[in-house]
Ligand binder design. Sequence first.
Ligand code: 5GP
Length: 121
Amino acid sequence: MPHTYDDQNIFAKILRGEIPNKTVTETDHTLAFEDIAPQAPHHVLVIPKGPYVTIDHFAAEANEVETMDFWRTFGRIIADLGVIDPGYRVLSNAGVHGLQEVPHFHLHVLAGRSLGPILVR
Ligand code: 5GP
């Protein structure tokens, strides 16, 4: 099974309120909160509330309401951060080669400085 959800992952615990977080915004289907180890002046994690392991899992199995809610919330976060200009970076690590640490789909939103090359070996 490529997408077996582990409900003991740290973001599942955050969603259940078992671990605190610095919430940026929350909707019925989406939560955005500050990364605990920010890599840029703004480092926000955007997650669906549903049990999706990776971005491809979410793309394949989230329903229309979850999908719309997620992307509209993402768009509002970018606007609210005020970073449409000069820009930002979004990335989502998946699986072993992606070095995904937390097996609950999340977007990293990085902004607030020039972010350098996309990959550093
Ligand atoms: P990944 O490597 O899975 O793409 O990234 C996981 C991210 O989650 C990392 O940037 C890490 O700093 C962040 N993170 C891990 N544990 C916690 C936590 O308990 N709270 C918050 N806010 N972020 C966390």
